[in-house]
Design a protein around this ligand. Sequence first.
Ligand code: AMP
Length: 249
Amino acid sequence: MKVVVAVKRVVDANVKVRVKSDNTGVELGNVKMAINPFCEIAVEAAVRLKEAGQATEVVAVSVGTEACQEQLRTALAMGANRAVLVKAEEGLEPLAVAKVLQAIVRQEEAGLVLLGKQSIDGDNNQTGQMLAALLGSAQGAFASKIELAGPHVNVTREVDGGLETLSLALPAVITADLRLNEPRYASLPNIMKAKKKPLDTVAVESLGVDVTPRLKVLKVSAPPERQAGKRVASVQELVAKLKSEAGVI
Ligand code: AMP
């Protein structure tokens, strides 16, 4: 069974993002970029299936500019067999990405598609669900455990107040949650080997999908500055301030 795993290039999770002065988005110039953390978990899950002999091939796919090759190379260094970059303008919205992934999944005849549950830049949490709907296949979102069982895959998902386990008919779409696994670090030898693994580039236009935007970002603004806290010397002072200054007791 072939596994397709979707990998998004995002601002590194450790970077403190800054909003552009014209409020049209966040500053991306000279900012460290990385694989979206949930996509890294999805890649790890796919590679583990291959290592367990349950997947024959892992194909990493990214939709975006040439720069996404960097994140695809990381996925290859983690153990993906090959990669496909669908060249498109930066910032396609989830429905457009889902349509592009649908075309690739069909071309690849993948038995399983793994995605992150959410991109940490837009916090959309939409692409996997839309992709499953477009493909007409079963979906298991927010997976914390994946077990292949013949023509099915059992997916444990975290829901309010507990865990739910679903049996999905393959081919299926699964989105990875934080607790699914702890992704491996790509070792230096594997980073070197990844440079020789195949990375194909496809123009989005060649897929014949409509990627016209349906959303318009009106404004991006930074959260209000947090007020500095105050240190008090005693419980009495705290109570007095809560009464007189905060007015909460
Ligand atoms: P989102 O719906 O934007 O929160 O993204 C959920 C998941 O969809 C991500 O973790 C990726 O696995 C996948 N995805 C979203 N955008 C892209 C993209 N441009 N290229 C590849 N995968 C993507």
